[in-house]
Write a protein that binds this ligand. Structure first.
Ligand SMILES: NC(=O)c1ccc[n+]([C@@H]2O[C@H](COP(=O)([O-])OP(=O)(O)OC[C@H]3O[C@@H](n4cnc5c(N)ncnc54)[C@H](OP(=O)(O)O)[C@@H]3O)[C@@H](O)[C@H]2O)c1
Length: 299
């Protein structure tokens, strides 16, 4: 039995499609089973939440492999009563690892992030570093994947800039100079499957794969690709972070929910997420990541 968390996300949905095609026995830890769409009839469902570790015990029963993809780049729930990025990604993973050890799980696959560091300026990357420490320090056979920015057709980033491209000029938070090696969610899913199936070099024991796409491009260039994917061409105007961050905070206070993006998301896009290994780790797993422009059908 494989326990999959994050099955309704970009990478999780791509992994789940592959797992159910291979007739693997899968249990999905989900907050809302309806988000699984047609796949909900092909899997066992364990209702659960990263914020509620007691929900892990039932989910982990009889599980051999955990594929832990669930995460959040935003605080969740009501301000003051909700769950923080650190609790969801850091403490949540740490408790899942503990539960997995207790339940006799053999193997854990976890998606961290390039740039994960306890010293990062981005809360998400500090939380991912804490989570990685829990995984690597566990007694489980583990695989850590650290991808650069992950994208898929119609994802939240592409939808946001498709909407903003209706304006005559498109605003961009900060200078857009941070670098990324964007990798397609389907390519990340192929890497996860290669490890689940023991392919490529994955038989060599616990290890960490850094996953980048074939090109290194800036945040501003990713935005340009998103605009072109929406069939438009627009100039981009940089909005200094000193204006962006207070404006987002005020908009969130007025609307009672994040508007456009959160300050944490803006901060994350200021951090370079590249690996000198480029596509080498993906290729060691038999996967050749495609370029973003090619995936999005941009000439
Ligand atoms: N996307 C990127 O650019 C990127 C970059 C580096 C690393 N990563 C990591 O790669 C992994 C997959 O990313 P992704 O882009 O596929 O993520 P995603 O599309 O944002 O999906 C997140 C998943 O986590 C689940 N989730 C969120 N909060 C939860 C909670 N409190 N309890 C249980 N489940 C919860 C969501 O379920 P619901 O349907 O309930 O919301 C969803 O299935 C994540 O660990 C992410 O941090 C992503």
């Amino acid at each position: 039995m494989i326990l999959l968390t994050g099955a309704t996300g970009l990478v999780g949905a791509a992994v789940l499609r592959r797992l159910t095609r291979s007739a693997a026995q899968v249990r999905c830890l989900v907050r809302d089973p309806r988000q699984l769409g047609d796949q909900r009839v092909n899997v066992q469902i364990a209702l659960g939440d990263l914020a509620e570790p007691q929900s892990f015990r039932h989910a982990l029963r009889g599980v051999e492999t955990v594929v832990h993809l669930a995460a959040s780049i935003r605080d969740q729930g009501e301000p003051g009563r909700g769950c923080s990025i650190e609790e969801l990604n850091g403490v949540g993973t740490w408790r899942l690892v503990e539960g997995a050890e207790r339940a006799g799980v053999k193997r854990l696959l976890f998606i961290s992030s390039l740039g994960a560091s306890t010293l990062s300026s981005a809360r998400f990357l500090r939380a991912k570093a804490m989570a990685e420490e829990a995984v690597v320090g566990s007694g489980l056979d583990y695989t850590v994947f650290a991808p650069s920015a992950v994208y898929a057709q119609g994802d939240a980033f592409l939808r946001l800039f498709a909407r903003l491209s209706l304006l005559p000029v498109v605003p961009l938070s900060g200078r857009g100079e941070a670098l990324f090696q964007p990798i397609w969610a389907e390519d990340v899913a192929e890497c996860v499957m290669a490890v689940i199936n023991g392919g490529g070099e994955s038989g060599l024991g616990s290890r960490r794969y850094e996953l980048g796409g074939p090109e290194t491009i800036s945040y501003a260039e990713m935005v340009d690709l998103a605009i072109r994917a929406a069939g438009r061409r627009r100039s981009v105007v940089s909005v200094p972070l000193g204006i962006c961050e207070p404006a987002l905070r005020v908009a969130q206070l007025v609307a009672g929910r994040p508007v456009v993006a959160t300050q944490d998301e803006v901060a994350l896009l200021e951090v370079t997420m590249t690996t000198p290994r480029g596509t080498a780790d993906a290729q060691a797993l038999g996967v050749s990541p495609r370029a973003m422009a090619a995936v999005l059908g941009i000439e």
